[in-house]
Design a protein around this ligand. Structure first.
Ligand code: PPY
Length: 378
């Protein structure tokens, strides 16, 4: 990734995040450049109107070409990595680089910073891109939201775990506090629709229904905030973090809009190599396996843990994507993968014996990782 340098603008311009709305807003046929303060003066915006269309240029106005140049050069909002850019990024070798899906202000970015304080969080357009960035040594880790206390498991991310050969080396739990963000001057009664990640929309079901807002799912919460700001929308809001409000210069119309105050999302940290599991602290092991069809087979599989007093913290069944349907005796059966998390380290003999036992009758078994439990109290 190219080294980022501060954009030097004429003295009349102020430091801070830059967001540029290139398409004339429906309220004002001009290009609006917003300077969101990076400082504590959150949400204070200085808008510089660049003349467009009427041809008049004042001392602050910028031509469309200059606006495009600012947009292309603005390093304060690093553009998410796309898969074809992967070949161009190189690690600067100093800080842990952690790839996440989304843009600056996404909860995944906050999870990366909680797991690896002072890391270099690298935004990626797709989850697959984040995984590939790790596999191709462009970053050191990837962070992946895997489940939420309200919305349950993020199923497609379980499938991702199997599609890539990365190892789970840690977990982090993040208290997610959703805000309703809109452009300054937009009131609650002006809103008709709301944009956000499907998980965020699901976690705020009651509030959004009470407000009568039409849901529009996008790739990530911060991306929704960025879209609201860049398109200068006056009828739409985003469900995103307070951090996203600051980055994109949006107003927080409502705070803590999730249906349950205890809204926690669990993220996994992924690496090219597994960590060496220890027994010096509470560990968790995540596995995935498949079984032959038959009465009591799943009971047998779970018994290998129960008989050894190993506590399971999660079991998730997913269709076996390769051959989900199996014909047998004129009937068709769904074949399943089972994802199980249990509270033991692979350094523990009891865990090793349990997996050796499971291996005797599982048709497929893979250890996704054995890693420390995040015991932070939220
Ligand atoms: O979209 C984001 O900000 C993410 O990081 C994914 C997500 C969405 C909702 C809750 C937690 C994580």
């Amino acid at each position: 990734m190219a080294a980022f340098h501060a954009v030097r603008l004429p003295a009349t311009h102020l430091p801070g995040g830059i967001s540029v709305n290139q398409s004339p807003s429906n309220r004002n046929p001009k290009t609006v450049i917003r300077f969101g303060y990076g400082s504590s003066k959150r949400n204070r915006l200085v808008s510089v109107l660049a003349s467009q269309g009427d041809g008049n240029r004042n001392e602050n106005s910028l031509s469309a070409v200059e606006v495009k140049k600012i947009l292309e050069d603005s390093p304060l909002l690093p553009k998410p990595l796309s898969s074809n850019q992967l070949a161009e990024t190189v690690s600067n070798g100093s800080r842990v680089r952690v790839a996440y899906q989304g843009v600056r202000g996404a909860y995944s970015e906050s999870a990366a910073e909680k797991a690896y304080p002072n890391c270099e969080a690298v935004p990626c357009e797709e989850f697959d891109t984040a995984f590939e960035a790790v596999e191709r040594w462009l970053v050191d880790r990837a962070v992946l939201p895997i489940e939420n206390s309200l919305g349950g498991s993020i199923h497609r991310n379980y499938d991702l775990l199997l599609r890539h050969n990365l190892h789970i080396v840690g977990e982090v739990k993040l208290a997610v506090r959703h805000c309703l963000l809109a452009n300054h001057g937009v009131k609650l009664e002006d809103l008709r629709r709301v944009l956000s990640h499907p998980q965020a929309l699901a976690q705020c079901e009651n509030t959004l229904t009470r407000l009568g807002l039409v849901r529009e799912a996008v790739d990530d919460t911060a991306g929704a905030a960025k879209q609201i700001a860049f398109e200068d929308l006056s009828d739409a809001a985003a469900v995103a973090s307070a951090k996203a409000a600051e980055i994109y210069g949006l107003n927080i119309v409502a705070e803590d809009i999730q249906d349950d105050t205890d809204n926690v999302t669990r993220f996994l940290m992924l690496a090219r190599e597994p960590i060496i599991p220890g027994t010096n602290r509470l560990f968790k092991t995540s596995i995935v396996f498949s079984l032959e069809e038959g009465p009591g087979v799943l009971f047998k599989a779970l018994a290998v843990f129960a008989l050894r007093q190993i506590n399971l913290t999660k079991i998730e069944s997913r269709p076996l994507r390769k051959n989900p349907l199996r014909a047998s005796g004129g009937l068709k059966y769904f074949d399943y993968l089972f994802y199980v998390d249990f509270e033991a380290s692979m350094a523990d003999e009891v865990a090793q014996n349990a997996l050796r036992h499971l291996e005797e009758f599982a048709t497929f078994l893979r250890v996704l990782g054995s890693y420390p439990v995040d015991t932070t109290m939220l």
